[in-house]
Design a binder for this molecule. Sequence first.
Ligand code: SD4
Length: 350
Amino acid sequence: MPTRRDFLKSTLMTASALAVPSIGAAATTEPAQRAAIPARAGARVVSTWDFGVPANRAAWALLGPGGKALDAVEAGVQIPEADRANHSVGLGGYPDRDGHVTLDASIMDGDGRCGAVACIERIVHPIRVARRVMEVTPHVLLVGEGALQFAREQGFHEQDLLTPEAEKAWHAWMKEAKYRPVPNSENRDYHQSLGLPGGKHNHDTIGMLAVDAHGHLAGACTTSGMAWKLHGRVGDSPIIGAGLYVDGEVGGATSTGVGEEVIRNAGSFLVVELMRQGRSPQEACEEAVRRIVKKRPDGAKELQVGFLALRRDGAVGAFAIQHGFTYAVCDADSQDRVFGSPSVYRTSFN
Ligand code: SD4
């Protein structure tokens, strides 16, 4: 358990790490912690977690030759959505406690245009449905059956999203049926304790932010949400201002972790608004995380929330409650760098 001393120590070390001046080396298995990545002219795409690397590459296939940020983020996040081995996004995602795989997704550009779907079932690429909501309806958010009906009308193909592996994990969980949003840094042990094969996480989201060569911004966020949640539960990812927010004058932010905490604090909007007021992406993410921690009587010791921010000049920041949050950065210099985010607790500086 982290003590107050650990907390103060990690705070101090994080502050000193803010001075880290330059982009790190290529990805390693133990990603280096980077408190801030400086501005860079030209296109750049960033996304949450290690699985952001292949997603960024798909986005870069469009961004690199001069494509639009909006198209790039939509294409990028479809990689984990279609990945059966990823149990926290799209196909193969862990179900709710009743065995339904329900997905949340949102997309937004720098002009304030946005669309989202929540608690949608049977569609592998909810991000594409979210974009259609943005482009062909007067609405921002469609949920559940209505979202599925809209997807059908738009010609989306339906399929069962519960893979045999995810179903096995669900049956294993049902033996105790305790809902416990374990911080991702500890999920490896959690999975092993359940005897689960494969994946190490019970919740992760891909949030992706991009700036294109024309200086336009966009973001996308997609997830199967918290494993074993109540049926009908919606997290932060499809809530504009919570799991995702983009403002073309400032930058964008996205989040991962326990969505309820992010919604309570309008997290991504807060990060962007703090950047508007002059905070760096790093400082803005850190302040948003600390607001969450401060409001929890237990100091949020058992929770994970991470924010990732991209300023319009390409500067990047990230901060999380727990050690273990990683993010991937891709630009013309290098396509597959992964960094460890600094955090309130158990930073590698401890
Ligand atoms: C949610 N924020 O549904 C998502 C899940 C997640 O790391 O990101 N977990 O609350």
